[in-house]
Design a protein around this ligand. Structure first.
Ligand code: ZN
Length: 424
């Protein structure tokens, strides 16, 4: 960690030297350099902007004055001069640099990577996504001012909300930690697993539909930091349906030992699989357009049987042969025929998040294949335990089936600083 920081510091110093060298060249060579720098990445774009501003200003009557710029950071006011560099350490996001000059543009670099570019006002909402050494460069077109900021924030939990409805999944992330592993404990029926990403650790916490509404403790361990959180599970109603199915069909499928054994042997072990890479991005898509004939979580009584079964996904009615799209990018864990669910596809989207497609007429993908969001994976049909052509579409986090509309309407994002709680 320390070594990394030193490396970053060295790299930052090198960049500063190179920049001051370039500045002289720009003043002399004007437009030619502007065109050249345009193609050389973000670092150079700013230089070309500075150069053109300087060209315009050179026609004005007096030389601009090198006035110091007041920047507030880490509880201090720094009076920055164009050719000097100040440094500070911010231990809280509130301690990040702040400047009350509307006419200043700001760029923030981590090493050579541009982390922020915008106005002084926009800078108010920028928080570096991970701890490190950042170079804040303030410019009014005439002069650039530099403040090196080392961020050393305490580990922090991000989540979009602490309340979830039955069948929702809460995205959780831990940032600003150098912990070697992050673990969690909860009295909910599912123990969330955290996966390492570039700027921390992430996890999805699904709330099973049979959870009793109420408050549940969630403890997260990140190195030496312990977070005691509370998840509030809110109630929601599920529809009830009485379904009549031909006795021969039920005998062949749901009441068929062979069919159930096949499912248990082939599919159940796949629920435990979690790829440690996030394949999906953004919201999921509805895999086929069609009338919703059965909603997620519906309580269903088949042929008057007093024991209800729950509907794990949504049924979308569509004509046989209608193409079915993959709801998100992922890896096909299973593509094949099963007696219960007919032609079936199961896709792992990463971190245990899965999408399920049943009763298809035919399949267009193979087990272990990667699929893109929107790729055709099969055609609508009525194979397996089905009363007519439709797609049964479901989503789960490992073995917990969740409301697929959440994935389609909201998606799962790992939160931002806007979602910060009182956890500092
Ligand atoms: Zn269904």
């Amino acid at each position: 960690m320390k070594k990394d920081l030193q490396k970053k510091k060295k790299r930052a110093t090198f960049l500063l030297k190179r920049r001051s060298g370039l500045k002289a060249a720009i003043c002399l060579a004007g437009t030619f350099f502007s065109a050249l720098f345009f193609f050389s990445g973000c670092q150079m774009e700013q230089q070309s902007f500075t150069a053109s501003e300087q060209t315009e200003n050179s026609s004005s009557t007096s030389e601009p004055m090198q006035e110091p710029l007041a920047v507030t950071a880490a509880g201090e006011v720094f009076l920055l001069l164009p050719d000097q560099e100040a440094a500070c350490t911010a231990t809280l996001p509130e301690a990040l640099p702040h400047v009350e000059k509307d006419d200043f543009s700001v760029q923030v670099f981590e090493g050579e990577t541009l982390a922020f570019s915008g106005t002084a006002a926009q800078l108010e909402t920028f928080v570096p996504p991970q701890n490190g050494l950042y170079r804040y460069s303030f410019s009014n077109g005439n002069f650039s001012y530099t403040l090196m900021v080392e961020t050393a924030f305490a580990p922090q939990i991000f989540w979009q909300e602490s309340e979830a409805l039955l069948g929702e999944a809460l995205p959780l992330s831990v940032r600003y930690t150098d912990a070697q592993s992050v673990t969690a404990e909860t009295s909910l029926s599912f123990q969330p697993v955290f996966y390492p990403v570039d700027d921390g650790w992430v996890s999805l916490l699904p709330i099973h539909w049979n959870t009793t509404p109420g408050e549940y403790p969630l403890t997260i361990y990140a190195g030496t930091s312990v977070f005691e959180l509370t998840v509030t599970v809110a109630d929601r109603t599920f529809e009830i349906q009485n379904l009549t199915v031909d006795e021969t069909t039920t005998a062949q499928t749901v009441e068929n030992d062979e069919a159930n054994a096949e499912w248990n042997q082939i599919i159940e072990p796949l629920k435990a699989i979690s790829d440690s890479e996030q394949y999906w991005s953004g919201c999921f898509l509805q895999p086929v357009e069609g009338e919703i004939t059965t909603q997620y979580g519906m309580i269903r009584y088949v042929n008057g049987n007093p024991t209800s079964v729950r509907h794990s996904g949504v049924d979308l009615a569509a004509d046989t042969g209608t193409p079915v799209q993959a709801a998100g990018k992922g890896r096909v864990l299973f593509a094949g025929y099963l007696q219960l669910t007919g032609n079936t596809v199961l896709i792992e989207h990463g971190y245990g998040l899965k999408s399920w497609y049943y009763h298809m007429d035919s399949l267009d993908v193979l087990t272990d294949q990667m699929v893109e969001q929107g790729q055709i994976i099969g055609k609508v049909g009525s194979t397996g335990f089905s009363t007519g052509p439709h797609l049964h579409f479901a989503m789960s986090v490992n073995r917990v089936f969740i409301n697929p509309w959440t994935a389609i309407d909201k998606g799962f994002s790992w939160g931002g600083i806007e979602d910060e709680g009182d956890d500092f």
